[in-house]
Design a protein around this ligand. Structure first.
Ligand SMILES: *Cc1c(COP(=O)(O)O)cnc(C)c1O
Length: 380
């Protein structure tokens, strides 16, 4: 048996829609991206604007730019995240101030954020880790108390709910989703910036395409060629080929969720006797998206993470690690003189985490093979 880490679920609808784009000749940002944005807003229940981009990294950059992050501003970011969350702050000359996460939830807490606030702090970037919502009620209250902006890194969070409200609809300044190849829905590469602030949406829409005040499709539709440049923008627009995929992936978001829940539940039942810390489910009123399923070796496991990872690979089980905490990467460590002692939970998680294979329509036999293999590896 060979178990892949992930397999995107692309059906005939996605393929036909992409072929349609290729045949109709409109390849860049056009009708399909407009449709995808419209569908995304409807999916979230309306009342927000959606700006499609070519990656979540681009979307996070645009969001920070739109809320006015500038040179030397501080933005609070979890230490335990993908490097993109922090790097976008540097794009604007700002400084990510890294904070430790809670060991159990792997999310940042309002208390840790509050302890990191200085008079240079401008914004907070919570990451809904693995798809488990952060305690946004507390984080939003904190942001209001200190007059800070919030940009949510929701790369793992389609669909995630907090307190009955879907991520994308919370009272924050912007929320950015990822459609990278292994995310919960995919466009190959892509992202969506969602905001309830029309000024943020307007700025992001201009800055995703060179700072133009209107895009090529708008000029094509109206037959008017003139446009203005309002700022030195970026090249972050989504192609219609990606938009074509997004339209159909989004329709399956609920089915994909049910499938990931099925796999996660089977893992949690099958692995509970082992020396592993298993992921916690969302509290009542919340919804975990189960983007990824991470186990962490406990102290009573006799093997190291790398050894277990290697033995799983020998059994043809492809795993991953989410993540090496940022304080362990050369750039972040040297730039800010970071030390593991300041991030005990992230450090411990980073040393002990293994992300197990999880994908839509993953056969029970594969899940059971992973469970059986881990049981065997951890009991000798
Ligand atoms: C995947 C990911 C990103 C970046 O998404 P892209 O669409 O690949 O740019 C950002 N943050 C987190 C937490 C991610 O997992």
């Amino acid at each position: 048996m060979k178990v892949p880490f992930f397999r995107p679920h692309i059906g005939p609808d996605e393929i036909a829609e992409v072929v349609h784009s290729l045949e109709n000749g409109w390849l860049t940002t056009g009708p399909k991206v407009a449709q995808f944005e419209k569908n995304f807003i409807e999916y979230l229940g309306g009342g927000v604007e959606a700006v499609a981009v070519n990656s979540a990294t681009a979307g996070l950059h645009l969001a920070l730019e739109a809320i006015g992050i500038e040179h030397d501003d501080e933005v609070i970011v979890p230490d335990y995240t993908f490097t993109a969350t922090a790097e976008v702050v540097r794009y604007l000359g700002g400084h990510p101030v890294l904070v430790d996460v809670d060991y159990t939830t792997m999310n940042v807490t309002a208390a840790a954020i509050e302890a990191a606030i200085t008079n240079k702090t401008k914004a907070i970037m919570p990451v809904h880790f693995a798809g488990l919502p952060c305690n946004m009620k507390e984080i939003i209250a904190l942001a209001k108390k200190y007059g800070l902006k919030i940009v949510e890194d929701a790369a793992h969070a389609i669909p995630t709910f907090h307190d009955g409200v879907q991520v994308g609809q919370l009272d924050t300044d912007a929320t950015v989703f990822s459609f990278y190849a292994n995310k919960t829905i995919t466009t190959g590469e892509g992202g969506m910036l969602v905001t309830r602030d029309p000024m943020v949406a307007k700025r992001a829409r201009a800055m995703r395409l060179h700072g133009f005040n209107r895009d090529a499709f708008d000029r094509f539709k109206t037959g008017k060629w003139k446009y203005d440049v309002i700022a030195p923008g970026y090249k972050y627009n989504m192609t219609d080929i990606a938009g074509a995929l997004g339209i159909h992936q989004l329709k399956k978001a609920e089915y994909f969720l049910e499938e990931r829940k099925r796999v996660a539940k089977r893992y949690s039942e099958g692995l509970k006797g082992l020396p592993l810390d298993l992921p916690v489910d969302a509290e009542s009123g919340d919804q975990h998206s189960w983007h990824i399923y991470i186990v962490r070796l406990r102290e009573d496991a006799d093997k190291s993470r790398d050894q277990v990872f290697e033995e799983l690979a020998q059994k043809n089980i492809m795993c991953s690690v989410h993540y090496t905490p940022l304080h362990n990467f050369t750039y972040w460590k040297n730039k800010y003189g970071l030390s593991a002692a300041n991030f005990p939970s992230a450090d411990r998680s980073g040393n002990n985490a293994i992300t197990l294979p999880l994908y839509v329509e993953m056969p029970d036999q594969e899940i059971d093979y992973v469970i059986g293999s881990l049981t065997q590896i951890l009991s000798v």
